[in-house]
Design a protein around this ligand. Structure first.
Ligand SMILES: Cc1cc2nc3c(=O)[nH]c(=O)nc-3n(C[C@H](O)[C@H](O)[C@H](O)COP(=O)(O)OP(=O)(O)OC[C@H]3O[C@@H](n4cnc5c(N)ncnc54)[C@H](O)[C@@H]3O)c2cc1C
Length: 390
C-alpha cells in the first residue's frame, strides 16, 4: 500500500457500476488505502463475449502497476496494419500494437475484490448529496460515503446529477461485431490476418479485424479468437430492427450474441456479399453469433459536483474509432489517484482532476466525431437516446 498524507477528508468511497470504468477507480482508490464499495446492477460475472480492445498505454500501465499483470502474456501482438481494396488486394504498413480482450482486462481488476466489497445484483437507485459526502441508495438502504463515483456507463441513470442534459445521442450507425475461434477458421483464411490489424474502408462503411486472446486469456496460436467490427449506417428504424432479437424483444442500443433475428442475419450476409472484399466477407460468413451495438456520442460539461464524480462512459462516450474508451476510463482513475496523492486539499484535488479529465474527454470526443465524419458515417439519424434500453 502506498503512503498517503492528504486524504484525511475521505475514508469511504462508493462506486456505482462495476464494469471497467468503476473497477479502475475501485482498484486505484483501494490502493490509496480507502474503504471502497462497488455496487453493480447485474448479477454474477458478465459474459466476456470475447470482445476485443486495442491495448493502450494507460490500461497496460494500470494492469501492470496495480494488478501485477504482464500484459505481453495476455495480449496478441500485431506488427502491421493491412488495408484491403474492394477487389481483395491489400497493402500493409508497419505498426506494432497489442490486442487484448475485454475479459482479460476485467478479470484481474475484479479479482481484487470479494463479495463484500463488490456487490453484484445491487443497482444504485439514487444518490443524495449530504454536507459530509453522499448517500448511496440501494434496495431501500442508504449507505453514507465520503466520495461517490458514478461509473454506470453510457446509459447512465445518475449522470444528470452532475451534468444535467448530457444524455448521449445516437450517431447514425451501428457496429456489427463477431468473434470466431481461431480453430474454426480455415488455415488459409487465418493466415491472411495473422500479425495484422486489418481494415477495409468502403463507401460510408468500415470493417476492421484482429486476433485477440482466447479462453482464459490464452494467446497460444490456434487457441486465440478473431475479432471483427463492421460499421454500417442505420437510421433509427433500422437500429430498432437490428437490435430486436429473434424472439421479438427490443434491446434498444445493442444486440447480444446468439439473438440476432434470422432476417437481420440474412441481410447482414447479403450485405457482406455485396460490399466486402472476399477474405473479409468470409469472416462474416464464419461467425455463428454476430452481435451489434449502436454508436453513440456523449459529452458532459462537468465531471464533478461536490463529492460526486463521473467517470468512464458515464462521462464521455467516444467513438470506437479512437480505440480509447477503456484507455480513457483507466486514465480517469490514474489521474484521480495521482491528484489525491499529490494535492493536499481534497477539494483542490477533485477540481484539478475535473479540469484535466474534461479537457481530455472533450478532445477525444471531438477526435472521434471527426474520424466518423471522414469515413462518411455521420449524420444519417442522430437522435437522443433517452428512453432506449442500453
Ligand atoms: C463490445 C465492446 C467492444 C469495445 N471495444 C473497445 C475498444 O476496442 N477500445 C476501447 O477503448 N473501448 C472499447 N469498448 C468500450 C469500453 O469497454 C468501455 O468504454 C469502457 O470499458 C468503460 O466502460 P464503463 O465501465 O464506463 O461503462 P460500462 O462498461 O457500460 O459499465 C457500466 C456498468 O454500470 C452498471 N450499472 C448501470 N446502472 C447501474 C446502477 N444504477 N447501479 C449499479 N450499476 C449500474 C452496468 O451494469 C455496467 O456493469 C468496447 C465496449 C464493448 C461493449
Amino acid at each position: 500500500m502506498l503512503a498517503v498524507t492528504s486524504l484525511s477528508d475521505i475514508k469511504s468511497v462508493g462506486i456505482v457500476g462495476g464494469s471497467l470504468g468503476g473497477l479502475f477507480q475501485a482498484v486505484a482508490l483501494a490502493e490509496l488505502g480507502l474503504d471502497v464499495t462497488v455496487w453493480e446492477r447485474s448479477s454474477g460475472r458478465p459474459d466476456d463475449r470475447g470482445a476485443g480492445i486495442v491495448l493502450q498505454p494507460s490500461v497496460a500501465w494500470f494492469l501492470n502497476m496495480f494488478c501485477g499483470v504482464d500484459t505481453d502474456q495476455v495480449s496478441v501482438p500485431v506488427t502491421h496494419r493491412q488495408f484491403f481494396a474492394r477487389d481483395g488486394r491489400s497493402h500493409h504498413t508497419l505498426m506494432r500494437q497489442q490486442m487484448i480482450s475485454w475479459g482479460a482486462i476485467y478479470k484481474p481488476l475484479r479479482d481484487r475484490f470479494d463479495s463484500v466489497r463488490y456487490r453484484h445484483g445491487q443497482p444504485v437507485d439514487a444518490l443524495t448529496p449530504r454536507s459530509d459526502g453522499v448517500g448511496v441508495h440501494v434496495g431501500g438502504a442508504v449507505h453514507p460515503v465520503d466520495l461517490a463515483i458514478i461509473a454506470d456507463g453510457s446509459a447512465s441513470r445518475h449522470r444528470g446529477l452532475v451534468s444535467p442534459g448530457s444524455a448521449p445521442r445516437y450517431a447514425g450507425y451501428v457496429a456489427y461485431r463477431g468473434v470466431i475461434d481461431e480453430a474454426e477458421l480455415p488455415e488459409e483464411l487465418s493466415a491472411v490476418f495473422r500479425d495484422r490489424f486489418s481494415f477495409y474502408d468502403g463507401d460510408r462503411t468500415q470493417f476492421l479485424c484482429y486476433f485477440i486472446p482466447g479462453d482464459f486469456g490464452t494467446i497460444e496460436p490456434g487457441k486465440r479468437r478473431m475479432n471483427w467490427v463492421w460499421y454500417v449506417r442505420a437510421d433509427a428504424a433500422g437500429l430498432d430492427r437490428i437490435t430486436t432479437d429473434r424472439y421479438g424483444t427490443a434491446h434498444g442500443l445493442s444486440l447480444p450474441p446468439g439473438l440476432i433475428a434470422p432476417q437481420v442475419h440474412t441481410e447482414l450476409l447479403d450485405r457482406a456479399r455485396r460490399l466486402l472484399p472476399q477474405s473479409v466477407r468470409e469472416l462474416v460468413k464464419h461467425t455463428r453469433e454476430p452481435f451489434a451495438q449502436a454508436i453513440l456520442d456523449g459529452r458532459v460539461s462537468r465531471m464533478r459536483r461536490d463529492r460526486m464524480l463521473l467517470t468512464g462512459d458515464a462521462a464521455f462516450v467516444v467513438r470506437p474509432h479512437t480505440a480509447a474508451s477503456a484507455e480513457k476510463a483507466a486514465a480517469d482513475a490514474i489521474a484521480l489517484f495521482t491528484a489525491l496523492q499529490q494535492i493536499p486539499s481534497v477539494d483542490a484535488a477533485l477540481e484539478a482532476w475535473e479540469r484535466d479529465r474534461l479537457a481530455e474527454g472533450t478532445a477525444l470526443y471531438r477526435h472521434g466525431v471527426g474520424l466518423g465524419h471522414r469515413m462518411g458515417l455521420n449524420g444519417l439519424d442522430a437522435t437522443p437516446v433517452a428512453g432506449r434500453a442500453s
